[in-house]
Design a protein around this ligand. Structure first.
Ligand code: URA
Length: 296
């Protein structure tokens, strides 16, 4: 019980660190290993966390489908070198799955309401980093298959639609090869605003934005999610692991089966890996009972 409380408090500390509240986290750093090896007494941590809750700007937690967004239930992990691993928030631990799914004829409206809730978002630093359009998502609200990328690039930022540039053309081809059309699937990204220079989203950006992708997944309830590249896999699964360690097997995310494959932008840079990506997609097709057009 006491141990659980300690883990939970530590989860709060990590959560606030991801939100950019660092001060309490530095306690105990004087030695080495920070809070993990020299934890502040629990009461002290609780006090600091409580004052951080009051002092920090509120994180907008939309009401509706997902009843309660809470800090993750995570235990402390350290790398083999003894360093603290980057804290990530997995979608599965972010909120309980809604008890019932949104009826298919109400999903489009639910997605529109969610888009309205996001508004002209200023919840994370990407709002001030030159974004032109918020890229919400694209495709069928009734999709059985969902693709998740990293974040919008220049073309997507200009048009407000995910995967419309060169990587998007390749993704369209991948979808066609699976015997589907782009309109049949749903496409979204970990972050909805373009990171400057197409850099990888920072944890605070991804963790702030993920609540909305989480809700999109919960509205659509796809049978299968394909994580495109390492950033999508990292935040959907809450683990930071090499793609090679994650590909070729099933994971789970919000009641869906999740497969990991290469990001189309990576495949454009290294087309020799297209065969490997095709193997990943074939695993998805087998699960969904899809046949490629040539074999129909
Ligand atoms: N890359 C992504 O990860 N997402 C897009 O929408 C476009 C390119």
């Amino acid at each position: 019980m006491e141990a659980d409380r300690g883990v939970q408090l530590r989860a709060w500390v990590e959560y606030y660190r991801d939100l950019g509240v660092y001060d309490f986290y530095r306690r105990g750093e004087a030695g080495e290993g920070g809070i993990a090896s020299n934890p502040a007494p629990e009461d002290e941590v609780l006090e600091i966390v409580q004052s951080a809750v009051v002092a920090s700007p509120p994180v907008a937690v939309p009401s509706g489908l997902v009843a309660r967004i809470r800090p993750p239930d995570i235990s402390v992990v350290s790398t083999t070198s003894g360093e603290m691993a980057t804290r990530l928030v997995s979608f599965d631990s972010l909120a309980p799955l809604p008890a019932s799914s949104v009826p298919i004829d109400q999903r489009a409206a639910a997605l529109r309401a969610l888009r309205k809730e996001i508004g002209d978002c200023t919840r994370c630093p990407l709002a001030y980093a030159g974004r032109k359009k918020i890229v919400f998502g694209d495709g069928s609200p009734g999709a059985r298959l969902m693709f998740v990328g990293e974040g919008p690039g220049a073309d997507e930022d200009a048009q407000g639609v995910p995967f419309v540039g060169k990587a998007g053309q390749l993704l369209n081809n991948m979808i066609s090869a699976m015997g589907l059309q782009r309109e049949d699937v749903y496409i979204a990204n970990i972050v909805k605003c373009r990171p400057p220079g197409n850099r990888v989203p920072e944890p605070v950006e991804a963790n702030t934005c993920s609540q909305f992708l989480l809700k999109q997944v919960d509205i659509i309830r796809p049978q299968v999610i394909v994580a495109l590249g390492s950033t999508a896999a990292t935040y959907l699964l809450g683990v930071k692991q090499s793609l090679s360690g994650l590909r070729g097997r099933w994971h789970s995310c919000r009641g869906a089966k999740l497969a990991v494959t290469y990001h189309p932008a990576f495949l454009l840079r290294d087309p020799r890996q297209k065969g490997e990506a095709w193997k990943d997609l074939q695993m998805v097709m087998a699960e969904m009972g899809l046949k490629s057009p040539a074999r129909k």
